[in-house]
Design a protein around this ligand. Structure first.
Ligand SMILES: Nc1ncnc2c1ncn2[C@@H]1O[C@H](COP(=O)(O)OP(=O)(O)O)[C@@H](O)[C@H]1O
Ligand SMILES: [Mg+2]
Length: 344
């Protein structure tokens, strides 16, 4: 399996969602194709939090949305339980979306400004024709669960609430359907730093309380570090590294993961080393377009370790630790030497 780049998939009964060879392409004009997601394979285990990180434009949101078939992927499969979601019709998919909810980056624009917040929370259940009293009780329950007081939410509209409160409301809106999984697409990126940790902690608490599985998308590695059971690093539509957060942070094997880590602001200076890194590498600032991704390894045009092999041959994900996989011909070693790959 290692040679196929799917070495990181698990043969386990507790796989909740399996994404296999997922491809999403957007036709944006004559002969113009955006390769947003290219052959991504990923397992999400029941009860797991999978962090997905990478720079803006690397395909994180497209991956999250394509799991929910919004839009339907160009090819590949998304297996939830025993069902390949790519094969479902509209109505069947609508039913399945009860289980698979999504929370977006900008909570304020996720809510209709003219609609009472309480109605927005209730909406998901109402469309299923649930009894009014039951809906009302459940609205109170989820609003309380996300740390708001139902009497305060009352008949308020989104503009009366802060960004953090609106994100709590969006979380309540997702929870009301008793989902199995929530895809959180940069849920704290638009919020003040002071409330980011509160929302992250809330999601973690909700996961425990409701037995959820989370996919947590962020462009910032620091955000996913503490809550993820596994972290997936994406670059230009592909996975370049997967690992448990401790191992990944202690031993980043992909040169891109290292670059992302160096971009985490240092407490002393508030500035990461990535700026310096990019000054040292003139190619580093030259971001390739997903319309014409580089041949072989997509990161090679920014990589300090790239050779001609990297242009010729695409590296597949291979195992470098018990739960650690990297797609690189010349992975970094923790001591500066090239790491040895575990053979197939
Ligand atoms: N509906 C769309 N039509 C055309 N291009 C799109 C569309 N959605 C996303 N893209 C492009 O796909 C790439 C990946 O985008 P996205 O998934 O939003 O990245 P991320 O969430 O990592 O910032 C980007 O180049 C983006 O411009
Ligand atoms: Mg995005």
């Amino acid at each position: 399996m290692a040679g196929s780049g799917k070495a990181h998939l698990r043969n386990r009964s507790d796989v909740l969602l399996r994404v296999e060879d997922l491809v999403v392409e957007f036709n944006t004009g004559p002969g113009q194709v955006v390769h947003a997601v290219s052959n991504i394979s990923l397992d999400v285990l029941k009860g797991e939090t999978v962090g997905v990180v990478g720079e803006s434009g690397c395909g994180k949101s497209t991956l999250g949305r394509a799991i929910l078939q919004l839009p339907k992927p160009t090819s590949g499969s998304v297996t939830y339980g025993d069902t390949d979601l790519t094969k479902l019709g509209e109505e069947e998919m609508r039913r399945t979306r009860r289980d698979l909810q999504m929370i977006l980056q900008d909570p304020i624009s996720s809510l209709n400004p003219r609609r009472k917040v309480r109605d927005a929370v209730a909406e998901g259940l109402q469309v299923w024709g649930t009894d009014k009293r039951q809906v009302s009780g459940k609205v109170d329950e989820v609003i309380t669960a996300v740390g708001l007081r139902p009497e305060v939410v009352g008949s308020g509209r989104p503009s009366q609430f802060s960004g953090g409160q609106c994100q709590r409301i969006c979380i309540a809106r997702a929870l009301i359907l008793d989902p199995k999984m929530i895809i959180c697409d940069e849920p704290v990126s638009a919020l003040d730093v002071s409330v980011q940790a509160q929302i992250i902690n809330l999601l973690d608490d909700m996961k425990e309380r409701y037995g959820l599985t989370l996919i947590f998308i962020a462009h910032d590695l620091a955000v996913v570090k503490n809550i993820s059971d596994r972290v997936v690093v994406m670059y230009l539509g592909k996975i370049c590294e997967v690992g448990g957060p401790d191992d990944l942070f202690a031993r980043p094997m992909h040169h891109y993961t290292k670059l992302l880590m160096d971009s985490i602001p240092q407490p002393q200076t508030g500035v990461g080393d990535a700026h310096k890194w990019s000054q040292d590498n003139s190619a580093a600032v030259d971001l390739p377009s997903p319309m014409s991704p580089p041949s072989g390894c997509r990161f090679r045009t920014r990589c300090p370790a790239a050779t001609s092999l990297c242009a010729e041959k695409e590296p597949q994900l291979q195992q470098v630790g018990p739960d650690h996989f990297v797609a690189c011909h010349f992975p970094r070693g923790s001591d500066g030497r090239d790491a040895a790959l575990i053979p197939d």
